[in-house]
Ligand binder design. Structure first.
Ligand code: NAD
Length: 414
């Protein structure tokens, strides 16, 4: 189903602004991105043909610090999607109180159509195109859908060739190039910490809790691994080609090994196939959408049978689905909280790069844990202080207030 990502974000933003009774002009300033860049990216393919791709970098707000946000390679990337994702980054960094603003970027491409060399060339061309507007204290990209530590390494190398050695220009780098221990696992680990705290808060036993995860990439697989280690029963996972299900619970460590060796989860033994739509509607304690945006919408929300949704992906639930789920008494723990683990450890990576001083994983994870647990209870306290507030509206209210304060204190409204 087609989803207007920016409209969905605006709806979430407007609800929180209404609750806050924020000045209309200030709200308009906070709602829309500060700067939008679109670039044309020529690529001479290995067969000699020329292809031109569209790239985007959208900087939503930098009042609280340099813009921060991932880089997505996907055929559905467009300005509207990047615009919405950039705004979510501003409010995510504000909610977990790290000194960053928000941005997002992307290239409209199916990366499977390119060879590794072509992907590297395209990444380097993109870096040269946006170099004038990014920087260590301006805008720091990171991985997102279909980009990984290797893409970040090319990014850092190209930028450093132009500007001198600058490891902190991107996060999510390989550890050998200044990446942080714990970054790869951070988003999935963070979603698991949020799930654990939600379970505690809502009296759902964590041991044996049934969990369904859509998406088995970085976020989904690390969430599965962590939740399995907490004693949860992961009954279904999926990727773009579909899912696998076992009512007894999947052996996640074995599945991850299988995926590495076979490049697929689908041939895993002892499981039943399930399509992505049916997977979302499985009865379970926790549903974690950890793939793309807009997957829970007005046409399938009524059929959702979990107790709680933990949003691993950005924007997986549309506003009309939010309303249906609210009526069904299914709480949604929003993306700007549930998947903030990645940007928190990205912040730690950037700090380590600036200091040229590297930390141990145990220390990083203990800081991550505290940030997320504190943020969860702030959101839960506000949501439950007023009966009618969803976790999403409460989270946006806390975040918008912080960005509004920074914008006003910097004199941008006077
Ligand atoms: P990824 O590319 O590593 O994995 C994406 C997964 O989703 C893959 O398993 C893919 O097969 C699956 N998928 C793609 N299209 C699908 C579809 N139509 N139906 C079902 N599954 C599909 O990406 P990721 O980094 O894990 O990101 C997943 C989501 O989490 C995105 O929304 C991203 O914005 C968000 N996110 C990622 C991070 C991070 O640190 N990587 C941080 C915050 C939010």
């Amino acid at each position: 189903m087609d989803v207007d990502n920016f409209k969905a974000y605006c709806d979430q933003f407007d609800r929180a602004v209404n609750e806050l009774k924020l000045d209309k002009n200030l709200a308009t300033l906070l709602k829309y991105p500060d700067r939008e860049i679109k670039v044309e990216l020529p690529l001479v393919k290995e067969d000699g043909s020329l292809k031109v791709y569209k790239g985007f970098r959208i900087q939503h707000n930098d009042a609280r610090g340099p813009c921060k946000g991932g880089l997505r390679y996907h055929h559905l990337v467009d300005a509207n999607e990047v615009r919405a994702l950039s705004a979510l980054m501003t409010f995510k960094t504000a909610l977990v109180n790290i000194p960053f603003g928000g941005a997002k970027g992307g290239i409209q491409i199916d990366p499977k159509e390119l060879s590794c060399r072509e992907l590297e060339q395209l990444t380097r061309t993109f870096v040269r195109s946006i170099t004038p507007v990014i920087g260590l204290h301006t805008d720091i990209p990171a991985p997102d859908v279909n980009t990984n530590a290797q893409v970040m390494a090319w990014f850092m190398d190209e930028y450093s060739q132009i500007n001198g050695y600058t490891p902190g220009i991107v996060t999510g780098k390989p550890i050998s190039l200044g990446g942080s221990k714990g970054r790869e696992a951070a988003t999935g680990l963070g979603a698991s910490i949020i799930l654990r705290e939600t379970a505690k808060y809502r009296n759902i036993p964590l041991q044996g809790a049934s969990v369904v995860i859509q998406g088995f990439g970085n976020v989904g697989s690390w969430a599965a691994r962590t939740l399995h280690s907490y004693g949860c029963k992961i009954i279904a996972v999926s990727d773009a080609a579909g899912g696998i299900y076992s009512k007894y619970g999947l052996d996640i460590p074995k599945l991850i090994e299988w995926q590495k060796e076979n490049d697929s989860i689908h041939s895993f033994k002892g499981v039943e196939p399930i399509d992505n739509e049916a997977l979302l509607c499985l009865p379970c304690d926790f549903l974690i959408p950890a793939a793309l945006g807009g997957v829970i919408h007005k046409l399938n929300a009524e059929a959702i049978k979990c107790k709680v949704i933990i949003e691993g992906a950005n924007g997986p639930t549309t506003p009309s689905a939010d309303e249906i789920l609210w009526k069904k008494n299914i709480p949604v723990v929003p993306d700007i909280l549930s998947n903030a683990g990645g940007v928190i450890v990205s912040y730690y990576e950037w700090v380590q790069n600036l200091q040229h001083n590297y930390w141990e994983e145990k220390y990083i994870n203990s800081k991550l844990e505290k940030k997320l647990v504190d943020s969860f209870y702030e959101v839960a306290a506000l949501a439950h202080s007023k009966q009618e507030l969803s976790y999403r509206t409460a989270a946006f209210m806390l975040a918008i207030r912080r960005v509004a304060d920074a914008v006003q204190m910097r004199g941008r409204t006077t």
